[in-house]
Design a protein around this ligand. Structure first.
Ligand code: SAH
Ligand code: SF4
Length: 343
């Protein structure tokens, strides 16, 4: 079956004409998709023959919200989405004074197995298509009744383990035929799949890149992030520098502060040394609670001491405010609570 919602105008035109239909029908179909048509029968200005063909050959992928949990402490909403084949992913809607941000999933589960992350503990089923990523945004928009201004690919899954679909998504979602969300308003986060960082840099997109670092040395990084055994810190930092040079964009490093593990003064000095001279920002996240992970947040005093050392050494760093903690909607807390066929 053909996933026509993942196609751009050019591809859709090729698909339609090669099956014997007029080229202008492609634009009509895209307009229907943009107006949230749920079935090919909704596409009233298409001839019956084309609708029948599409019904047999294509599908309209979606991400249907089947549950929305609202935080009582802030405006965060956690969504449970159902995909066309009965798989589930989670996403989070966050409200800031500058607009609405949605955090979307790129895979059902994740193969990377980071020890502090609930997604990593819940196994892997499949990667998402571009249309399923777009649908998560559009469904959130329809649910909250407002335009989504920013998107982060920080939900379930490792975006660079689903590289082609993620790039397709970025190009599509930022086009006028789709949601028209500018690349500058989108951030991709990776655990550090080095070859894909180079590929991404070479595309010179205006999209933000965030690297989940969490430790400045190989011994402790490999302990929590298995990907580090494949691509070590030195290689990762080299790739990060390449990205900055190539795009002239500031890169973000995510760093979860774990009590007694990676939050000492000594580690803060090592991190400062590692990042010296790189156009970057360090996002410090007091580690979120994940059942079975056994990690504790660093104390407020430790968080401050850590940030102070980075700042004193010229590294731009802030401690990120935790949103949606009462509904397990914070970083690393999304997981496959429902398995295919559950609901
Ligand atoms: N797979 C990608 C993106 C999804 S994870 C990545 O790893 O970058 C989104 C972010 O949440 C990453 O920075 C990840 O390291 C972080 N994270 C995962 N578990 C966490 C936890 N328990 N506390 C704080 N941050 C966590
Ligand atoms: Fe996967 Fe990112 Fe979680 Fe690691 S932190 S297991 S890469 S989702």
């Amino acid at each position: 079956m053909t996933d026509i919602k993942s196609m751009n105008l050019c591809e859709l035109t090729e698909y339609i004409t090669s099956n014997g239909f007029e080229r202008f029908r492609a634009k009509q179909i895209l307009t229907w998709i943009k107006h949230d048509a749920e079935s090919f029968d909704d596409m009233k200005n298409l001839p019956l023959k084309l609708r029948d063909f599409l019904k047999n050959d294509a599908y309209l992928a979606g991400a249907e919200i089947i549950n929305a949990q609202h935080s009582r402490i802030d405006d965060t909403v956690k969504y449970l989405y159902r995909l066309y084949d009965g798989e589930y992913v989670e996403g989070v809607l966050m409200s800031y004074h500058h607009g609405r941000t949605v955090c979307i999933s790129t895979q059902v589960g994740c193969k990377m197995g980071c020890t502090f992350c609930a997604t990593g503990k819940s196994g892997f089923s499949r990667s998402l298509t571009a249309s399923e990523m777009i649908s998560q945004i559009r469904s959130a928009e329809l649910d909250c009744g407002e335009r989504i201004s920013n998107v982060v690919l920080m939900g379930m899954g490792e975006p660079f383990d689903n590289y082609d679909n993620v790039i397709r998504f970025l190009k599509l979602v930022s086009s006028e035929d789709s949601l028209n969300i500018g690349m500058r308003h989108i951030t991709v986060s990776t655990c550090g799949i080095v070859p894909r960082i180079y590929d991404f840099a070479d595309l010179e997109l205006q999209c933000g890149l965030s690297i989940s670092l969490h430790a400045p040395d190989d011994t402790s990084r490999s302990r929590t992030m298995p990907i580090n055994r494949r691509y070590q810190v030195k290689e990762l930092i080299k790739a990060a520098k390449y990205y900055v040079d190539k795009t002239n964009r500031r890169i973000t490093f995510e760093y979860a502060l774990i009590d007694g593990k990676n939050d000492t003064d000594e580690v803060a000095y090592a991190l400062s040394e590692l990042l010296k001279g790189i156009l970057c920002h360090v996002n410090l996240i007091p580690v979120n609670n994940v059942t079975g992970a056994g990690y504790k947040k660093s104390s407020l005093k430790r968080q401050q001491a850590f940030v102070d050392i980075l700042s004193a050494n010229g590294i731009n760093a802030t401690v990120r405010r935790t949103l949606g903690s009462d509904i397990d909607a914070s970083c690393g807390q999304l997981k496959r609570k429902f398995m295919k066929g559950d609901a």
